[in-house]
Design a protein around this ligand. Sequence first.
Ligand SMILES: *Cc1c(COP(=O)(O)O)cnc(C)c1O
Length: 387
Amino acid sequence: MVDLKAWLNQQREGGRLRSLRPVIRRGNGRITLAGDDDRELLDFSSNDYLALAEHPALIAAAQQALRRFGTGSGASRLMSGDLVIHHELEDAVARLKGKEAALTFGSGYMANTGIIPALVGRHDLVFSDRLNHASIHDGCRLSGARLVRFHHNDLNHLEELLKKKQGATTPLIVVESIYSMDGDRCPLRELVELKERFGCLLMVDEAHATGVFGENGGGVSEEEGVSGAVDLAMGTFGKGLGSYGAYVAANREMIEYLLNRARSFIFSTALPPSVAAASLAAVGLIRQEPNLRRKLHEKIDYFKMLLRTGGYTADLGPSQIIPILIGESKAALNKAHLLRQQGIFATAVRPPTVPNGTARLRFSITSHHSPADLAQAAKALLEIMDI
Ligand SMILES: *Cc1c(COP(=O)(O)O)cnc(C)c1O
């Protein structure tokens, strides 16, 4: 058993101690921190990219489901918690992702820690990008498979490892399409070429791309035209889709297998009907209103343009997630504090969430942000970075 006091002190001294602070949502991307009087901050930490969490269509769908079906689903899917709305949602997700079938999970964390151990075990190999989300990493560890981590987005390194480690069973490759802390993008087409050449199974986590990329919001795999080659198309409802929960889309056989084998699916209560209804409304919206996506991308481009013309020269990446690299944890916390004084809430992301020495401010642009909001944030950011 660890010495709690010593551990907590050590974290505190290193600027690594995390704490909770309640937020009051004011709407339109504005928040107030509890105990901070009524001062409004512009929220640049939210993953509600398309502002769907406050969209009337999602709220109405959830309210209707609440009234008709109550609050909880009452049981796991394999017991009596398997509601028609779950199937409607899975059908809609399968269509969105260009797959035969889909399965929903309680959360993205549960999806990754359920799917990976269902697919690989002690005698298998799993190749995982070094910067993959903790839930993917935990899923790999839980599986007991031999875990081979390749340099972030480095397919030459992956190829080298695939050649060296090839074994008797089909290896699994797991990546994200848009990386959650760096905002950069996996070279999916090249990866598909590689996985086909080496006969691997490919799983792509589109947590940050669903709704935001692709003609119908189906993510980077849709945009790159590789949906058919992605064996396991995983994503979440809690970010760009403004709801909660997660999905995996695949062929029918794979889905049938997973609902029999993924323990986080089998041994957990089904998503509440109102949550499934909100997700279903979101999947419909992102297909019917590509304008939601177009407008978000205009905002992202505008913010990046402001930073560049203001003299910021480091890479701003290809997505709505913009990492502003600082270095040490304490320095990042300090910069986040300075931003807050200027009315901007951006989280300082620190180790162990990101590698040592790469603490950063993570800006995420959402549809809530008006041009004036973006201008205010860019100005504040340039100022605290002494540009
Ligand atoms: C957020 C995230 C998850 C976890 O999803 P939750 O629904 O929040 O549990 C999984 N993978 C990636 C890449 C994520 O960013």
